[in-house]
Each structure stands twice: as C-alpha cells, then as structure tokens.
Design a protein around this ligand. Structure first.
Ligand code: AMP
Length: 633
C-alpha cells in the first residue's frame, strides 16, 4: 500500500480499494492460515471478512507476546472496593487463562458453546473471557449491574452451557451479592445451564447447588499446570455475543466474528490510539459493555500494552483516585465517558492537581454526547487532547473520531470527528432515503455496506432481525442505520444530535425504554406506562415514567403516591437493575396519544424537559399533556 500523507488519503484508500487496504491491516495480527479472500459480500448485508483464514483471539492477545514481553505487566486489576491491586505479566496471564480454559473444558464447554459471564471487575472475569475465545467458545458477558430479569432473558437467548460468576460485586463500599440474583435468573429462564462456576471473593455467603455449582479456587488448583492450546478457528467463527437494547423489550445479541474483530482492534490501536507495545491503557468502563470488550480486554492486549481494570467509583476514597492510578502506572491512554468527567467536575479540582498526569497522551471519551463545557474543563485540567469518539455496541470500534496515528488533527469540541477508515458514513434523508451531501444538513447517520471488519455479523440466531432492524429502516435502500441523527460540516466533522428511536442513554449506559416499560407494567397496580429519556446535567439523560394506575382509590395523598412510586422503582431495580430505575414515576389518568392510539412520546419528552411539544393537532385528549405539565412543574 502506498504511504499516506493525510488522513483523507488513508480514508479514501479504505473505501476505494477496500480489499487492498484491509489485507494490509490483516498483517497486524497472527494467522495460523492466511485468509484467501479479504471480504465476501456476495450475500449483502452479511459480510464475511478474511475468509479461509484461521486465527485465535486469545493467541493474538496473549500468547504471541510471550516471545518478546513475557514478564511485562499485561493486566493490572485494581479495586478500591476491596483495596486490592493484582498484577499479571503476560506469562502469568497465559497461565491463568489456560487454567480457566481447562476448568471450563472440565465442565463440558466445547468449541461453539456459549459461556455466560456475570461478574464484577475482577481479573477472573478477564481470564474467563480470554479462556472462552481460547477454546473457541463464545462468551456472553452480562453487566454486573443488571438484575435477575435482564439476566434471565439473556440466559434464555444465549443458552449457555456454563455460567461464570462471583459471590458478589461491590459499589461504593456496599456489597452486592450476585449468587441470589443468578439463582433467581436461572429459575426464571427456560434454559438451564449445566454448570455454574463461582469465584469466591469472600464478600458474601454463597449457597452452592450440588452437581451444578462449582468453586473456581479448588478447580484451578487441579489444573495449575494443564496446557490448553489455542483452538484455531475460522476467521468467521463467532467470538462472542453481547446484548444491547433496542426498541423492543427483547435485547439483541450482537454477534461478532474472530478474524475481522482481531484485525479491526489491532488497526484501531495503531491508527486511532497511536498505541505502542509496553504503554499502559486505562479504560474506566466495565466488561459488561462493548468498551470493556474492545478497550479494557482485547484491544490493549492485542497491542502488547498493559491494561488496567478498575473496580470502584471515580470518587472513592476521593475524586483523585483515577489520577493517582494514572501517576502510579504511568498511564499513556485513558478512555472514559462524559458522565464520569461531569461527576469529577463537581469535585474540588485540587484532587486532580496533586497528581502527575504527564504520562497521558490523550483522554478518549465515548458512549454519549460530550458537551463542550465538560470537554473544556477536562482539557484545561489535564492539558492533553480530549478525543470524543462515537460508536455502538454493534460496531465494536469507533465510527467517528480522529485517527491520530495516521495524521494529527485538531479536536472540535462538540464533534466526535470524522468518519473512520472502512466506514462508508452517509447522512440520509429519513423520508426520501436520499443522501444529504451538503454541509450542515441533518439526516440519519447511516453506513454503506459492507460494514468494516469488527462490526456485528448478525443478531445471534436471528438473521431476519439483523436485516430488518438495521438495514431496512431507510426507504428504498439497503443501508445500515445507526438510529442517530447527525450533521457534517464542510470540513467533514460530524455532530451527533440524538437518537431517532426510543433508546435512551443514562450515564453512558444504553437502555431501551420498552424494557423499562415492560418491567413497570408488570406491577399489579399499573395499567399502562410510558417511559421517556429526559435531559439531565450529570447523567446526560435519565428515565422518567408516566403511569396510569389500575385502582387509584388508594392514591389519595402524596404519601400514598410516594409509596407506590417506591414500589415501582424497587420492581425495576429487582428485575432490570438500578441502572434502569426511573428518576421519577408520575401517576396520570391518561397518557398523551394520537387519535389512532399511538403514544406521543416526543411530546411527552418535550413537556418533561419543559420544552415546546410542537404540533399537537393529532392528539386525542389535550388534557393528557396538561397533567404531565402540572406534575413536572
Ligand atoms: P452503545 O451501543 O451502548 O455504545 O450506545 C451507542 C449509542 O450511544 C450511539 O448510537 C449514540 O446514540 C450514543 N453515543 C455513543 N458515543 C457517542 C458520542 N461520542 N457522541 C454522541 N453519542 C454517542
């Protein structure tokens, strides 16, 4: 490939000479058998990357570094909840992953089987993920903050042979026992995993079900020296599924391949993060989210970096804790979310000033819109580039950002940046399906197929849902919709203007309002409910619920209303987890609907945000919105 003087050239090459471009990137990883075909797009929108190649994700993340950096720290697991720091060199990580792989095999896990991982941010969670891909099993990590209902629906869909979990997580010093939630989820699920592997942290008592449940520590002892070689799998062999919220109550299992994902991450570490082996990456996300998969575990390890896993709050023991980690481990790359920065912004800046953060090359922020005051504040405090990046669980790596490894470009606050190589990003008129080519025109952010390597292959066991959800939403075109509104300025910088669907984003966590509605509606005294996302200065958005009760005779005063509100919130906590809990549940007698019975969500959201609800000529009962106005004040 020719040398690229500018990012614009690099990008053009990736689109105009796709196969040449990606065959060059494929050299960044180890293959057992080299690919015969770069991209098979004979059955759009399904793309097969690096066809005929065989490789292994764990080999590329761990084994291949043994020759050059066996004693370098690979994984540092820091918990300010248990006050522990555990560091594993690449050699030690290699050994631990093989032990975990051997234990999973002993529990019956084979190539192609699913393993559900429901764990806090501890090193064993990383061992479990790496062990799965080592033996060709698919992991399905479920965020530890989710409760039994969310967990049950994921167990039912993934049908795991085994579940790996721990006695408890901890948040802000409060122990959250996982085992009772897991037991309840398995009881709720039609599918029953054959084996459950429990890591005992000594935080909460566990009841082990004989025959099904096993403790990690004694099994690990049995397999201290078991050698488990990497299973060479086809490039298109799925590496994992990860559930994400959409507009229906049923979460979608985003399925990722092996070869394309490994190449995409290796390329992103080079071109986007400008990362070098031996440097240190600290992503403050959780393994339950896509950032955790791509940039806590796989990306940094593929690049031969040290990766830091962190369990705890950004403000405990004090708001300097992250910066103390940056100083101590000489972190070069930090990745976080705007919400976390907004939390820190509320604290005394002296916490940051007392640490030496000069090792940082940049701070990347993603997951939700990055507002200018937040970006400016952290930029002034750190004196390093603040790089916004926009992507989705579905894509696995950034769609829009700056590729500083190719060409240093200036950040424009408010914009996540330019289309990344490989992504044919278009802005599309929602009604006509036409491409909007002029500057500053608002359209749906869409991506022309094939999606680049690393993006979702399909929805787990539901090709039709993949096609219909993502590729058919724009009239007359087979094009991938992100379901985000955006504009692009004359220089190619994009601005994201919010979702086109009912997905909301609470503190960087993506939630479907439908799932929350279903949970609330299962309360015996709730007849109907609408949940909308409402702007919040700290969390970006919060969920707010408006519910019609079945029997209002008991709701005579504020105390009764508060009691019911508390019950509803508890129910959401219990079924979905506290992340999904609405900030308020207001009780109304009627919801705002059109004459044809369609809920006027946008109007409801506008009123809840004290904005003008716009044209209401189709509304059935104008009094419905007045009630909402009176309630939110
Ligand atoms: P998730 O799949 O949980 O990563 O959520 C993806 C969604 O979060 C996107 O479709 C956007 O709506 C939003 N999002 C992610 N990153 C950004 C960003 N940098 N700026 C604006 N919105 C973002």
């Amino acid at each position: 490939m020719t040398a690229h003087s500018t990012y614009a050239d690099f990008y053009r090459q990736s689109i105009d000479h796709r196969d040449t471009f990606w065959s060059e990137q494929a050299k960044l990883i180890d293959w057992k058998t080299p690919p015969q075909q770069v991209c098979d797009y004979s059955n759009p929108p399904f793309a097969k990357w690096f066809v005929g190649g065989t490789t292994n994700l764990c080999h590329n993340a761990v084994d291949r570094h043994l020759a050059t950096r066996a004693s370098q720290a690979a994984l540092v697991a820091i918990s300010t909840e248990t006050d522990t720091e555990r560091s594993y060199s690449f050699a030690e990580l290699h050994a631990e992953v093989q032990r975990m792989a051997a234990v999973l095999r002993s529990l019956g896990v084979k190539k192609g089987d699913r393993v559900l991982i429901y764990m806090p941010m501890i090193a064993e969670a990383a061992f479990a993920m790496l062990a799965c891909v080592r033996i060709g099993a698919l992991h399905s990590v479920v965020f530890g903050g989710f409760a039994s209902g969310s967990l049950a629906s994921r167990i039912e869909d993934a049908e795991p042979v085994a579940v790996v979990s721990a006695d408890a997580g901890s948040r802000g010093g409060k122990v959250v026992p996982y085992k009772p939630l897991l037991d309840e989820a398995i009881a709720l699920s039609k599918h029953k995993p054959a084996a459950v592997l429990m890591v005992n942290r000594g935080l909460a008592p566990m009841h082990l079900q004989p025959g099904r449940d096993h403790e990690w520590a004694p099994l690990r002892e049995q397999h201290l020296h078991t050698v488990v070689p990497c299973e060479w799998v086809e490039s298109t062999h799925p590496s994992y599924t990860l559930y994400t919220s959409g507009t229906t109550g049923k979460p979608k299992g985003v399925q990722r391949d092996t070869g394309g994902y490994t190449v995409a991450l290796a390329a992103s570490m080079k071109h986007i993060f400008d990362a070098k082996p031996g440097e240190t990456y600290f992503a403050t996300s959780d393994i339950g989210w896509v950032v955790g998969h791509s940039y806590i575990i796989y990306g940094p390890l593929i690049a031969g970096m040290t990766t830091i896993m962190y369990e705890g709050l950004p403000t405990r023991p004090d708001a300097g804790v992250w910066w103390s980690i940056v100083e101590k481990y000489r972190v070069t790359h930090m990745f976080s979310a705007p919400t976390a920065v907004r939390v820190l912004k509320k604290q005394d800046p002296a916490y940051l000033a007392q640490y030496n953060v000069k090792s940082l090359k940049a701070l990347w922020l993603a997951g939700e819109p990055l507002d200018e005051p937040t970006a400016q504040w952290i930029s002034d405090a750190l004196q390093v580039p603040i790089i916004d990046n926009y992507w989705q669980t579905e894509t696995g790596w950034p769609i829009l950002t700056l590729a500083n490894g190719v060409e240093k470009q200036t950040t424009r606050f408010g914009s996540p940046g330019k289309a990344m190589y490989g992504y044919g990003v278009k802005l599309i008129d929602e009604a006509t399906g036409e491409e909007l080519t002029g500057p500053n025109q608002k359209g749906v952010v869409a991506i022309e197929g094939p999606l680049p390597p690393g993006c979702m292959q399909t929805v787990w066991r539901d090709d039709a849902r993949f096609v219909n959800t993502y590729w058919k939403s724009i009239p007359g075109r087979l094009i991938y919709s992100t379901f985000d509104w955006g504009i692009r300025d004359a220089d190619g910088y994009h601005f994201i203007l919010g979702r086109t669907d009912d997905v909301i984003n609470v503190a960087g966590h993506r939630l479907g309002t439908r799932e929350i509605e279903e949970s609330i509606a299962s309360h015996p005294n709730i007849a109907e409910v609408a949940v909308v996302g409402v702007a919040d200065s700290l969390k970006g958005q919060v969920a707010m619920a408006f519910a019609v009760v079945r029997d209002s005779s008991g709701l005579t005063d504020d105390a009764a209303r508060l009691k019911l509100e508390g019950e509803v919130m508890k129910q959401v906590d219990h079924q979905l987890g506290a992340v999904a809990r609405p900030s308020r549940v207001y009780f109304v007698t009627v919801l705002p609907k059109t004459r044809s019975g369609k809920l006027l969500r946008r109007a409801l959201q506008a009123v809840a945000e004290r904005r003008d609800p716009g044209d209401l000529t189709t509304m059935e009962d104008p009094a419905a919105l007045q009630q909402v106005k009176d309630l939110v004040g």
